[in-house]
Write a protein that binds this ligand. Structure first.
Ligand code: UD1
Ligand code: CA
Length: 452
């Protein structure tokens, strides 16, 4: 049977000074809590219970469950401490034997491997395995009190004597319990301490006192167990996380010219020999194909970019770019824009819900909205699809090989035929047949060209 997990997230997070619940604050494009759930899932947990409060709980209804594993919430009101939170969670969970992982929702940097280590250490002989870390002092973390090589108890910083505050081995806040053993003692927590709270950390002494084994596992890199309590720590954690994501892609064959100014999110697919130039953001579930060069100063969100693409100083959101195309500088694609292979989109061109077939060129100062553009069409500088009549959005169809003269206004709904031509400055209000040539305002047919 897969282990179960309880993630504690009901604390008020007052130091964020925010109307938004703490664990929903984002780093690298995802909520703090998302990372915790993702790592817990990746550690092999099959079911997650999140302890929430009344403000947080409604937000979790639509919360994307990583890997599709079931997430339930249990509301803890009022919040009487981490031990109380676990009492509330256990009361809401059918009792089961086996391992129960307990994690805190404000620790987004903990890798799955750290959770896996405690889960692997707990069994019928070990009732609790918990993660510790050595840290620079001073620190607000709970102190690990050892007697010789044996763990004796955890003392919260606010309950420590000056000597105990000198201990530099900390309770990270990551626990795997034998659920039966935990249920046996969880009702015996007391709140006689400096904060008047029921501490989960007191389960250590209670388990040891009832003859159970508790083992500490040292995490070598203390930075991964740092929690986030305010926005300064949030920014520091985001920086660390971003560096970690960049490093993973660099090890997989992506060139990142300046990781410090490249901002990546966790669910990207970046192919080998992609180059990310400085000040570039790539987010959502974007995919970038082989050898494509992105940036500088670009933002790609939830988009699919093909191979050998060049995107310079541009913004691409919810869109797709085909192999070998060049975009920018200063282009903006959004709203499901799609360009095929070997398309050129140049300076100050905006594409919204427009589909451009292969080999189209739109080099300068153009707006193509709600449009289909056939293969090889040439869109002159300053072309505008007038897609909005004040009430409705209307479509523009431009046929294969059409030539749209500079500064044409295409008043939708309108169709420009294959290999048709509009003269510079045309205001096209009627459909143009295949091969026809129009000009003027409103655009009228031109005399047929003498055959060459
Ligand atoms: C806790 C540990 C401390 C450890 C530190 C590591 C306890 C008593 N202390 O202290 O030993 O070094 O984490 O970061 O556990 N929460 C609830 N309900 C509550 C109180 C808290 O769900 O009633 C949640 C919070 O939302 C948070 C987590 O539990 O996600 C930890 O609570 P917090 O108050 O931040 O504990 P610390 O004082 O940091
Ligand atoms: Ca904390």
């Amino acid at each position: 049977m897969k282990a179960r997990a309880v993630v504690l997230a009901a604390g008020k997070g007052t130091r964020m000074k925010s109307a938004r619940p703490k664990v929903l604050h984002e780093l690298c494009g995802r909520a703090m809590l998302w990372y915790v759930l993702e790592a817990v899932r990746a550690a092999g947990v099959g079911e997650i219970v999140v302890v929430t409060n009344e403000e947080l709980d409604p937000h979790l209804a639509g919360f994307a469950a990583p890997g599709g594993i079931p997430i339930r919430t249990v509301i803890q009101e009022p919040q009487l401490g981490t031990g109380h939170a676990v009492q509330v969670a256990l009361a809401g969970l059918s009792s089961s034997s086996g391992a129960l992982l307990i994690a805190y929702g404000d620790m987004p940097l903990v890798p799955a491997a750290t959770y896996r280590r405690v889960l692997e250490a707990v069994d019928t002989n070990v009732s609790l395995a918990l993660t510790t870390a050595r840290m620079p002092l001073p620190s607000n973390f709970g102190r690990i009190v050892m007697r010789g090589p044996i763990l004796e108890r955890i003392i919260e910083a606010r309950d420590c004597s000056p000597e105990e505050l000198e201990i530099d081995e900390m309770n990270a806040g990551i626990y795997a319990y034998d659920e039966g053993a935990l249920r046996g003692i969880i009702g015996r927590l007391s709140n006689e301490n400096a904060q008047g709270e029921f501490y989960l950390t007191d389960t250590v002494e209670l388990l040891i006192g009832s003859g159970k084994r508790v083992i500490p596992l040292l995490e070598p890199d203390y930075r991964v167990v740092l929690g986030i309590n305010d926005r300064v720590e949030l920014a520091a954690a985001a920086k660390q996380l971003n560096a970690r994501i960049c490093e993973a892609h660099m090890r997989d064959g992506v060139t990142i010219v300046d990781p410090a100014t490249t901002y990546l999110e966790p669910e990207l697919t970046l192919s080998a020999d992609v180059v990310l130039q400085p000040n570039t953001h790539v987010g959502g579930r974007s995919k970038i194909g082989l050898r494509s060069v992105i940036g500088p100063n670009s933002r790609i969100t939830s988009s699919t970019i093909g191979a050998d693409v060049k995107i310079c100083e541009s913004i691409i959101v919810d869109s797709a770019v085909g192999d070998g195309s060049t975009i920018g500088p200063f282009a903006h694609m959004r709203g499901g824009a799609q360009v095929g292979a070997n398309v050129h989109i140049g300076n100050f061109v905006e594409l919204k819900n427009a589909k451009l077939e292969a080999d189209v060129k739109a080099g300068h100062l153009t707006y193509l909205g709600d449009s289909n553009v056939g293969r090889g069409a040439n869109i002159g500088a300053g072309t505008i699809t007038c897609n909005f009549d004040g009430e409705n959005k209307n479509r523009t169809e431009i046929g294969e090989g059409a030539f749209i003269g500079s500064n044409s206004s295409l008043v939708a709904p309108v169709q420009i035929g294959e290999r048709a031509l509009t003269g510079a400055g045309s205001v096209v209000t009627r459909d143009v047949p295949d091969g026809a040539r129009v000009a003027g305002n409103p655009a009228k047919p031109l005399p047929k060209k003498a055959p060459a």
